[in-house]
Design a protein around this ligand. Structure first.
Ligand code: G
Ligand code: G
Ligand code: G
Ligand code: MN
Ligand code: NA
Length: 278
């Protein structure tokens, strides 16, 4: 395809960059991390979405080169922010194909070393699709990655295939709740009880009564905490959803309400603004 052909030179031509989407702690909404998201702007094709080109890169064997580039860019930015004194982490998305490659663990260790990044500042996001390939193989690979000190997040949890039994076996640190479960949250009727949610940071309850999570969000947050995991709600698009996931006990959020992916300089400005006095 045209995309496959053009993708081969995209990195060398400088058409690719990373956007950083803030992960915030609630309710203060301070940015504490960022998810690195690849962006490709082709001079003729325009913006090509990763949904479109990542699967092609996986098929044609280019994902290793792209993944290595993402890892180095992410570590490069992270090292600068840490040097500036920011308390921040960065996550990158890892495709199942990358995880499958025997040399992947060494590549991660090399990137950390090259940029002098403390391993625990890097988070690798793996999806339920990786679980579908070979669970035992995946567990081995994740153990090896955690042994070098990086943290592992299970991405898009609740969107797909993995069973609760599999979740319990996975050596992970963070659970990212899929936006579909977050969108399920809805305001409940007022039973005249005291609100369970402490609304702060200028948030107003929408309508009367407390805002409740959908049943699945409540259960998944509790499950995550029970397994000793940090939990991040993804795809938070409005204040009602924020109040709902907070009410469910979720401490971290990501999504349109807190900001889309932005260039590194913009994310740096957000970090600076959140740590400046006053
Ligand atoms: O950012 P956006 O919504 O366009 O991302 C679409 C999909 O592409 C998401 O599933 C996301 O995880 C994936 N994606 C974004 N950046 C990367 C990347 O650097 N590597 C891989 N493997 N997937 C990515
Ligand atoms: O699959 P993954 O979780 O990695 O996908 C991340 C992508 O989700 C981001 O690249 C971004 O484009 C998209 N995204 C981020 N925040 C929101 C949101 O609030 N709503 C929706 N619909 N998509 C979001
Ligand atoms: O940034 P721009 O004006 O091109 O955004 C166009 C639309 O896409 C808007 O509705 C915006 O909310 C949404 N959007 C912006 N950035 C992202 C992104 O990174 N991922 C996704 N899925 N949607 C985005
Ligand atoms: Mn992700
Ligand atoms: Na997701």
């Amino acid at each position: 395809t045209t995309i496959e052909h053009e993708l081969r030179g995209a990195i060398d031509r400088g058409e690719v960059h990373l956007a950083f989407q803030p992960v915030v702690i609630m309710p203060s909404i301070r940015p504490v991390g960022a998810e690195a998201l690849i962006r490709w702007h082709h001079p003729v094709l325009g913006a090509v979405r990763p949904d479109e080109f990542i699967p092609i890169a996986e098929e044609c064997g280019m994902i290793a080169k792209i993944g290595a580039w993402v890892l180095h860019q992410a570590c490069h930015q992270l090292s600068r922010w840490l040097a500036d004194g920011h308390d921040v982490w960065v996550s990158v998305n890892v495709s199942p194909r990358e995880l499958h490659a025997a040399e992947y663990v060494d590549q991660v260790a090399d990137a950390l070393r090259a940029h002098r990044v403390p391993p625990q500042r890097l988070v690798l996001e793996v999806t339920e699709q990786a679980v579908a390939i070979d669970l035992d193989e995946l567990i081995k690979r994740l153990r090896a990655l955690r042994a070098i000190g990086v943290r592992i997040a299970l991405d898009d949890f609740g969107s797909g295939f993995s069973s609760l039994g599999q979740l319990r076996r996975l050596p992970i640190d963070i659970l990212k709740i899929d936006h579909s479960l977050v969108a399920e949250t809805e305001p409940s009727v007022d039973h005249g009880l005291a609100p369970l949610v402490t609304l702060a940071g200028g948030i107003e309850p929408s309508g009367k009564g407390k805002t409740q999570g959908g049943p699945l969000v409540d259960i998944v947050v509790r499950l995550g905490h029970r397994l000793g995991l940090e939990v991040i709600a993804e795809g938070v698009t409005n204040q009602r959803e924020q109040a709902a996931v907070q009410g469910a006990g979720c401490r971290f959020g990501q999504g349109q309400l807190f900001g889309w992916g932005v260039p590194a300089e913009h994310f740096e400005a957000l970090l600076d603004a959140s740590t400046s006095p006053g």
